[in-house]
Design a protein around this ligand. Structure first.
Ligand SMILES: Nc1ncnc2c1ncn2[C@@H]1O[C@H](COP(=O)(O)OP(=O)(O)OP(=O)(O)O)[C@@H](O)[C@H]1O
Ligand SMILES: [Mg+2]
Length: 272
C-alpha cells in the first residue's frame, strides 16, 4: 500500500530524512517512534503530499508522490488524523465528518455544502464505528477532547482512504481516553483493511496497538520489528542515537526521550 525507497528530504543544510526504506501493507497498523526532531512528522507529511521529498521513491496505492498529482486524487487514498483534530467547533459532529467527503464532491456542491444521501449514510456509519452515532447532531465544541479525536477518526474514515496517517493523535489525552481512541482507530482500520502509520511518543501504546513498530533516529530507520522485538536494546537504538556529524556531542545531549514518552527502564517479569 505504501512503498518508500531511499527517501530523502532536507531543509537547507538540515538533512531531515536520510534515505528511508519502508513498506506498509493494507490493514497493517504501524507505529512510528523516535525522539523529537527525528523526522517522524516530516515523513508523514511526505506521505500526505504536504512535503515534497528531494529524491527517492514514494508511492501510496497507485499514486506516485514524486510526480505531479492532484490533491483530489490523493484525498481518495490518504487521510490524516491530527494531534489537535482540526475540527470546526461550531459545526455539528456530522458536518465535520462530512468534510471528509469534500475532496470527492463536485466543486459547486462542496461550496454549497450539498451532500449525497450516500454520503450522509456513510457519515453515520463512520460515527457508529467510533461509538458516536448518538452525537451526530450536537455541536462539535460540546464534545470532550477524546470524543473530538474520535470525530477526527470518523472524518478520516469518511474519506474511504486506503491509508490513514496519524500524527500523535493521542498526545493531549489522558491515558484511559488515549487507549480508547487508539482502540477505535485500530479496530476500524483493521476491519476496513486500511493501512495506518501512527506517530506516537508512548512506547507502551506502541507495543499494545502496533502490528509493527518502526523507529526513526536522525532521519534513518533504525528499527523495524514486532512489538515483541522492541526490547531494551532496540529502545536504546531509537532513543539514544548520537547526532550525525556531531560525534563530540555524545549521547548526553539527546539521550533522554521526550518528557511525555513512556519508556520502561526495567524488563517486566516474562521479558519485554
Ligand atoms: N518546515 C520546516 N522548515 C524547516 N525545518 C523543518 C520544517 N519542518 C521540520 N523541520 C525540521 O526537521 C526536523 C524534523 O522535524 P519533524 O517535525 O519531522 O520531527 P518529529 O520527529 O516529528 O518531532 P516531534 O516528535 O517533536 O514531533 C527538525 O529538525 C525540524 O526542525
Ligand atoms: Mg512530529
Amino acid at each position: 500500500m505504501i512503498h518508500i525507497r531511499n527517501l530523502r528530504k532536507s531543509y537547507g543544510r538540515n538533512a531531515v530524512l536520510q534515505g528511508i526504506d519502508m513498506d506498509v501493507r493494507a490493514g497493517e497498523f504501524v507505529v512510528m517512534l523516535g525522539l523529537s526532531g527525528a523526522g517522524k512528522s516530516t515523513l508523514l507529511r511526505c506521505m500526505n503530499g504536504l512535503n515534497q521529498p528531494d529524491s527517492g521513491t514514494l508511492r501510496v496505492g497507485d499514486i506516485d508522490l514524486m510526480r505531479k498529482h492532484s490533491r483530489r486524487e490523493l484525498a481518495r487514498h490518504v487521510a490524516m488524523v491530527f494531534q489537535h483534530h482540526n475540527l470546526v467547533p461550531r459545526l455539528s459532529v456530522r458536518k465535520n465528518v462530512l468534510t471528509g467527503r469534500l475532496g470527492q464532491t463536485a466543486a459547486l456542491a462542496s461550496v454549497l455544502q450539498l451532500f449525497r444521501q450516500s454520503d450522509l449514510t456513510l457519515a453515520g456509519q463512520c460515527l457508529d464505528r467510533v461509538g458516536l452515532a448518538h452525537k451526530a447532531h450536537e455541536r462539535t465544541e460540546a464534545l470532550s477532547g477524546g470524543q473530538m479525536q474520535r470525530v477526527g477518526i470518523a472524518r478520516a474514515l469518511a474519506q474511504q482512504p486506503q491509508v490513514i496517517l496519524a500524527d500523535e493523535p493521542v498526545a493531549s489525552l489522558d491515558p484511559q481516553t488515549a487507549r480508547s481512541v487508539l482502540q477505535y482507530l485500530r479496530d476500524a482500520t483493521r476491519e476496513l483493511g486500511i493501512a495506518v502509520v501512527c506517530n506516537l511518543h508512548q512506547v507502551d501504546y506502541a507495543r499494545e496497538f502496533g502490528d509493527r513498530i518502526v523507529g526513526l533516529a536522525q532521519g534513518r530507520m533504525v528499527f523495524d520489528g514486532t512489538p515483541a522485538e522492541l526490547d531494551a536494546a532496540a529502545l536504546d537504538t531509537i532513543y539514544h542515537a548520537a547526532p550525525q556529524n556531531e560525534p563530540e556531542a555524545g549521547r548526553g545531549s539527546i539521550s533522554a526521550p521526550p518528557a511525555n514518552a513512556w519508556v520502561r527502564t526495567a524488563a517486566p517479569a516474562g521479558g519485554l
